[in-house]
Design a binder for this molecule. Structure first.
Ligand code: ADP
Ligand code: MG
Length: 521
């Protein structure tokens, strides 16, 4: 038998293995398409300090209800016209291959949606985009040459802008199941609104119309582009960093200081001494030197923690606002932990506990998970947070189930340790587990302080009601015995009651303040 040898393009690989990227069936594919487009729109706005305005429109084809149109419009930074074909029709092409927290990372997401549309309905992707600085708007219809992984331009037109509009419109027609995907998509948009309270979002579906207006104009500080941390560097990466380093006359010490995060002169010197590596010139390094260097970099115990400027958490205040707006609880405790790291990757954990109000009574806490501001809706059972939430002794925080409690967990990192390729569940990394548990406990103590206050207030209120009930009765009897008018006795008794309750209120306040101080410490 004759064997035929040939390569496989990236586009063809994903065409064959689309379930890897979440496009496994018409329900999941529709959900995933909305996700990819919305996440690109959010990255294209907030990263550039633009308050996001995102409009998602979904409608069904007149002929066949399983042909679904998805259109997402944003007011983002746009895409230069000559980049549009590659950005939408070439797998592994994008602007996010740098070290900082973004929703997209691989330069793959939207192409998966385009590929899926192409295979299921044969329809090309429609794109319209304009950048703030260019006076033109570009419109394209594109498909992907799957075998060669290059764009096919079906239509192209450029025209002058008549307004100051900038942003991007993307429209796709895919095979999807709106009826079954509807609830997930709705929930996805709702949770996205929670974690981006500075975004305005509108979703219009065949039988659905949903709008979330921004509740704040504050956008968290965008993440900065960072350098890799020496701890997480393997031989290949080290080789390519050395290759990319312009000054080959430079010595190792200088190279380390310039190329890696958190490496200053002292640390570089100490490391070389510890590793017993000579401070050679880069051009004199052999492959063995590089391999040794990479091994020693991983074993050196004294590196500083990675810096967290590459991350963009929401912060306690914004998180609280988002939770209040979407879950409408009576009380929210929010905690943003200090940066931490695992395997050279910085991360920050944020947690909010929402209590009461419109939350339903549940037997175990409702869990809302987020990674880099993306809601995670699938595979909750496999997620590290589920396990932690279940192992917490909630009675320590005065919570007895059934209770109206929701736990929000947000993990930000330049590398989220996802379990498997579905990117819906976070794996059990010990450093992460510890931070999530500590964040929940910290928020739990604040919740306990709140519940203690509420409990005392109720006890006082009950006392007041009891007093009120008996005052007329007692006043009546005393008046009969003493002959003093009933009204004046009642008035006196009320004064006494207020004095008693008043001092209790003072005590309660003091105790509450102590409790809060304890938490803050
Ligand atoms: P990723 O988001 O992982 O980078 P995508 O395939 O989803 O990969 O997108 C590729 C690139 O296209 C992005 O890196 C971004 O530069 C650009 N892009 C996609 N959608 C938009 C948009 N709505 N506005 C501006 N740029 C976009
Ligand atoms: Mg993307």
């Amino acid at each position: 038998m004759k064997r035929e040898f040939r390569g496989l393009s990236a586009a063809e690989f994903f065409y064959r293995n689309r379930e890897i990227a979440g496009f496994s069936n018409p329900v999941r594919a529709l959900y995933q398409t909305v996700r990819e487009l919305v996440e690109n729109s959010l990255d294209a706005t907030e990263m550039f300090g633009i308050l996001p305005e995102i409009y998602v429109k979904i409608w069904l084809s007149d002929e066949k209800s399983n042909r679904v149109f998805v259109r997402v419009e944003d007011n983002g930074i746009g895409i230069p016209p000559d980049e549009i074909p590659k950005v939408f029709a070439r797998v592994f092409y994008g602007t996010k291959y740098v070290l900082r927290q973004t929703r997209g990372v691989f330069g793959l997401g939207v192409k998966m949606a385009v590929l899926y549309a192409q295979i299921t309905t044969g329809e090309p992707v429609y794109v319209k985009s304009s950048t703030p600085s260019l006076p033109i708007i570009a419109e394209y219809k594109l498909s992907i040459d799957i075998k060669r992984n290059i764009p096919i331009i079906l239509e192209e037109s450029i025209f002058r802008k008549t307004s100051r509009w900038h942003g991007t419109v993307v429209q796709l027609c895919i095979e999807g199941n709106w009826q079954q995907a509807r609830r997930r998509i709705e929930e996805y948009i709702r949770r996205t609104a929670l974690i981006t309270p500075y975004a305005s979002m509108r979703l219009e579906g065949p039988d659905l119309s949903l709008e979330f207006k921004r509740v704040t104009k504050i956008i968290p500080q965008p993440p900065k582009i960072g350098k890799p941390h020496p701890y997480g560097v393997d031989v290949e990466m080290l080789k390519s960093i050395i290759e990319g380093f312009s000054n080959k006359e430079a010595r190792l010490k200088e190279f380390l200081m310039e190329s890696f995060d958190s490496v200053g002169e002292t640390i570089a010197e100490n490391f070389l001494k510890w590793a017993r590596i000579k401070n050679k010139k880069l051009k004199d390094l052999t492959l063995e030197d590089i391999t040794e260097l990479s091994e020693k970099m991983r074993d050196y115990p004294e590196w500083r923690r990675p810096r967290a400027a590459t991350l963009s958490p929401l912060g306690e205040d914004l998180l609280k606002r988002g939770v209040k707006e979407i879950l409408k609880p009576e009380y929210v405790a929010a905690v943003t932990r200090k940066p931490s790291s695992y395997g050279g990757n910085p991360f920050i954990v944020e947690v909010a506990l929402a209590w009461g109000g419109e939350l339903p009574l549940v037997d175990k806490p409702i869990l809302l998970r987020f990674a880099n501001k993306i809601p995670l809706l699938y595979d909750e059972g496999a997620d590290i947070s589920r396990k932690i939430v279940e192992n917490i002794d909630w009675s320590l925080y005065k919570v007895k189930f059934p209770a109206p409690l929701a736990v929000v967990v947000h993990v930000c990192s330049t590398k989220i340790p996802f379990k498997g390729v579905g990117k819906e569940a976070i794996a059990d990394v010990p450093e992460l587990e510890k931070e999530i548990a500590n964040a929940i406990k910290e928020a739990g103590r604040r919740l306990r302080a709140h519940l203690t206050r509420v409990e005392k207030k109720f006890a006082l209120e009950r006392k007041r009601i009891t007093f009120e009930k008996y005052i007329p009765v007692i006043a009546d009897s005393l008046s009969t015995i003493t002959g003093t008018p009933r009204e004046s006795i009642e008035k006196k008794l009320r004064e006494i009651m207020l004095r008693i309750l008043g001092s209790e209120i003072l005590i309660m306040r003091e105790e509450a303040e102590k409790e809060v101080a304890k938490v803050e410490r």
